[in-house]
Design a protein around this ligand. Structure first.
Ligand SMILES: Cc1ncc(COP(=O)(O)O)c(C=O)c1O
Length: 458
């Protein structure tokens, strides 16, 4: 029998996360006065133990035993060789994927939801607020909060709230409450509804609502939790790449190419950063974050200081951005509809260590269908972006007759996203070209903020 899966035992699970901040220089987040934000200024939003992680430049950070105890419900996740896909494409490439769909909510998101809930609980927090796009993050935090006995309130982007009622049911099953964003519960939501009552919502708007709901709770027992973008989130996700490395070592493989889809950057970073570490230390490896052509943050957005949310509550972050007022078209890969990008991922793009790619929706669904019909698992529409790139790379390897080793992150399954597959199958999915004028618009918005330095870490 051909070998398909590479598994690790629970004893082999990594005990430390990799912190890329030890290896790169970054522009600091800025406050409203244009000066670097101090940890104290973030204290109403995050607990201090998470803020310390956010700014830490220690390369290896211990994973608490209590966190490992919950992660082992589904971790270590399997590394699977996509032999059926290789065969269908007739490619000499060897394709491996790290399958993150095995977690209870079905994606990589609980890898950070669990430690975030743990650190909040340890700090004495009783309630977390958050936003969610496709519903994966909201359900991951709902799951994590239920494990630690925390209350959880989720602002879900309106378009996904309407399209994915079962995500809401999942959150409620784990005890969380979930409202459509923009909502009437916050000033940020009310202001947007007054201007654009029919808005499909956006992650930027939902973040504003969740931050406002946390900081305006006078009990001091509520904090906000973010599912992507920030340094500590990328850190927690590196367990994916660290496991993958061990699994590949077991079978004597090392990737030539690493691929992951990128919304705010977390699943991509989780798989890729441990390999970025190797690249910084001399390994030859191509690393691709993949985004939708309809929301091309890394491939078309300027590298600039911008807010992480629409109302401008968050500090200014140095990142690739389409402008914080950008409302992406309501396409189905809800988790990739974000105007910004993780500052760490953005910095690595600036340094030329990553090469971003963008694909149209039709290409991504075609790839998703091919994977479903070969490997069997129905991918999340977000994951389909990584798949479109992998299929391209495998075809190129065939043309060139090269035995490339391709590693990608299967960030989640698509079993709660079947509405979008139904639309694809009935011919209702279309490509959307990002209008050039929107970049001019973004540049105009971003002009009023300080310019980040173009830093080279070496
Ligand atoms: C399955 C899946 N993949 C990818 C993403 C994109 O987020 P990130 O770039 O933080 O991994 C999401 C976000 O909701 C998601 O649900």
């Amino acid at each position: 029998m051909e070998r398909k899966k590479v598994l690790l035992s629970e004893d082999e699970i990594p005990r430390q996360w990799y912190n890329v901040l030890a290896d790169i220089k970054m522009n600091p987040p800025l406050g409203p006065d244009g000066k670097p934000v101090s940890p104290d200024m973030l204290a109403p939003v995050f607990p201090m133990n998470i803020i310390e992680q956010e700014v830490s430049s220690q390369r290896w950070i211990d994973i608490p035993e209590e966190v490992l105890g919950i992660l082992t419900i589904w971790r270590p996740s399997p590394l699977i060789r996509a032999t059926a896909l290789e065969k269908a494409l007739g490619t000499p490439a060897r394709i491996y994927y790290k399958y993150e769909g095995v977690s209870p909510p079905g994606s990589h998101k609980p890898n950070t939801a669990v430690p975030q809930a743990y650190y909040n609980k340890k700090f004495g927090i009783q309630r977390l607020t958050t936003e969610t796009g496709a519903g994966q993050w909201g359900s991951a935090l709902a799951f994590a909060c239920s494990q630690f006995g925390l209350e959880c309130k989720v602002f879900m982007v309106r378009i996904s709230f309407d399209q994915k009622p079962y995500r809401k049911t999942m959150m409620q099953t784990w005890g969380a409450s979930c409202v459509a964003s923009p909502s009437m519960e916050t000033k940020a939501g009310r202001d947007i509804l007054a201007k654009t009552p029919d808005t499909p919502g956006s992650l930027g708007i939902a973040i504003s609502e969740a931050v406002e709901a946390a900081v305006s709770d006078s009990s001091g027992k509520t904090r906000y939790s973010l599912g992507s973008v920030l340094n500590h989130v990328m850190l927690h996700q590196t367990i994916i790449g660290l496991e993958a490395k061990k699994q590949l070592e077991k079978i004597g493989e090392y990737p030539d190419v690493v691929v992951g889809c990128a919304g705010g950057g977390s699943n991509f970073a989780g798989l890729a950063f441990p390999f970025v570490y190797d690249k910084i230390n001399g390994k030859k490896i191509d690393i691709h974050p993949v985004e939708p052509a309809a929301c091309p943050t890394l491939t078309k957005g300027p590298f600039a200081y911008d807010h992480g949310d629409t109302a401008g509550y968050t500090p200014l972050l140095a990142m690739h951005s389409l402008g914080h007022t950008f409302v992406p078209p309501p396409m189905h890969a809800g988790g990739l509809r974000y105007h910004g990008m993780a500052p760490t991922v953005s910095q690595l793009v600036v340094e030329g260590l990553l090469e971003p790619k963008a694909y149209g929706q039709m290409d991504t669904f075609e790839a998703g269908m091919l994977l479903a019909r070969t490997e069997g698992v129905i991918p999340a529409p977000e994951t389909n972006h990584a798949l479109a790139c992998v299929v391209d790379l495998a075809r190129k390897a065939k043309e060139e007759g090269k035995q490339k080793v391709i590693l990608f992150n299967w960030s989640g399954h698509g079993l709660i996203d079947l509405g979008s597959y139904e639309k694809y199958l009935s011919g209702q999915i279309k490509d959307f070209e990002f209008p050039a004028k929107d970049i001019e618009e973004a540049e105009k918005i971003l002009q009023k903020y300080p310019k980040p330095q173009i830093m080279k870490s070496r």
